[in-house]
Design a protein around this ligand. Structure first.
Ligand code: SF4
Ligand code: SF4
Length: 178
């Protein structure tokens, strides 16, 4: 894995991050429907204190360190992402029961989130965008593509196609709201 390939991969990845962040902002579901509520939308069977299947809204879907999750084996491919994040934002706080980058209104990272953090959307969010905007949001598929982009493992045309798809999500939300 060359440094140049990882540098290019990170550049492409950060462009995708802008597009995905814009999509989530346009949808505007997480804060009003989850983070500001006593009980949030995130459900998981985990070894957590209290009810293992529900979380208070202000935790969102960040009860653990998402920035540190690697579902695939390409941890080394994240080295640039991780080191740049550390330089820009510093180390996460130690916060029991939630990710160290999480605050009351959500993630404090404006950029350099991990692929899981960028892509994940709970089932309520996915149902909402499907019913309101006709968008089929497959977060696992998006996460995998982001991993590949970060690693410099996908072709230029596929990267362009993926970014077009992300732009189309936002455009669709905007046009349905207009
Ligand atoms: S994706 Fe779902 S669980 Fe996560 S913050 Fe948004 S509404 Fe809450
Ligand atoms: S880095 Fe941000 S999005 Fe990821 S788990 Fe932490 S608070 Fe949530």
């Amino acid at each position: 894995m060359t440094h140049k390939r990882l540098t290019n991969g990170l550049k492409e990845y950060l462009e995708c991050e802008v597009l995905l962040t814009s999509f989530f902002r346009e949808v505007n579901f997480c804060f009003p429907e989850c983070l500001s509520k006593p009980i949030g939308k995130y459900r998981a069977k985990m070894e957590m204190p209290g009810d293992p299947t529900t979380f208070s809204g202000n935790i969102g879907c960040c009860p653990y360190d998402g920035w540190d999750i690697c579902n695939n084996e390409w941890l080394a491919n994240r080295s640039l992402l991780n080191s740049e994040r550390l330089n820009i934002y510093g180390a996460p706080d130690e916060k029991p029961g939630r990710c160290g980058y999480h605050a009351e209104k959500g993630c404090t990272l404006d950029t350099h989130r991990a692929p899981t953090c960028l892509a994940y959307a709970c089932s309520d969010f996915r149902i909402f965008v499907s019913q309101n905007y006709g968008i089929r949001y497959n977060w696992e598929d998006i996460e995998e593509t982001l991993e590949n982009i970060l690693a410099g493992n996908i072709s230029d045309w596929k990267s362009i196609w993926f970014k077009k798809r992300l732009k189309a999500f936002s455009s669709r939300v905007k046009s349905r709201k207009a």
